[in-house]
Design a protein around this ligand. Sequence first.
Ligand code: AOF
Ligand code: ZN
Length: 357
Amino acid sequence: MTELDAMRRAIQLAWQGWGRVAPNPLVGAVVLREGNVIGEGFHAEFGHRHAEAAALEGVGTGAEGATLVVSLEPCAHHGKQPPCTELVIQHGLARVVVAMADPNPVAAGGLDLLRAHGITVELGVMQAEAESQNASFLHQFKGLRRPFVALKLSTSLDSRIADRAGSSRWISGPEAREYVHWLRAGFDAIGVGGRTARVDDASLTVRGELVPRCTPKRVVFTRTGELSPTSRLLMTTTEAPVILARSGAGSLGMMDYADAAGVTVIQGEELAELLSKLWQSGVTSILIEGGGELAGSLLAGGLVDRFYWIQAPVWLGDRAIPAFQGVPAPLLGAADRWHVAERRPLGADTLLVLDRR
Ligand code: AOF
Ligand code: ZN
């Protein structure tokens, strides 16, 4: 196996920490000796063993002179785990190949330390893939003081999120719905607009195979503040917290029973302020699942970091509900071009993952 293949494997292994390690990064590692894999592992659980330690377990003296291929710069700090650099040095590894540097100032500096011990270091192998995998971890160190915002929409070929009668069940197929439950598990919160919460009456809970370490909070962005006391969201507040994010005076009716229903209310002038309040309350990432008004406002406000687009092979026509409302219309030369991070089939549907440049 080449070092490049080993890095591909390390990144693939790292995905197994999805839903379990956040806000820490997804990390995978492979130990190579003369092109053979002699150890591999990943960061499986927040606060637990790092990927390097998992990969080196049981390798023993076989690691002497071998190469460690790891998707993140080995840490140089004593955190919940001892420094991985120490482990690498003790095992006598000769070479360390890394995809991306650690943006966490507390843990960084590992590569310099390894070099100082005579270990050869290569940084940047499959860097774009590793950075995309850890986009929400990287986001935490950008100083934006708002959560990593991902927009997930299932649309028709003509970018409609519901038919002309307002029904969105089901645009996409079972494979896509399974994927969305997996996706939800990796976010601190799931958000929707008020109208979508009312019309779809979705529960926004995680009901897939993967059980998240922390149950995502459910956030409803609304101007009026209205939510029916018999809605699925309010009937399930014991399963997962509900936050009502209000950006307008609206009616106060909801406030009367919000407390009793176990709903937290946050108030802000506009979306950016609501997002920063969510950040202050510990929400580091949020997956927004519609509707068109909220999606359009977030896009127009430059507040979307990533877009998960599931496109189903169906036409819904002009009178169906558009995926985005209120997005400005730039001329082609001035329009933002997004970076395609992933593109693959989900049953009959197509998944496109796009990152803002
Ligand atoms: C690595 N390998 O597998 C991971 C790293 O509190 P701790 O000890 O778990 O440290 C968390 C920090 O360490 C985290 O913010 C990130 O900078 C780094 N995570 N480092 O060498 C790993 N998960
Ligand atoms: Zn470490």
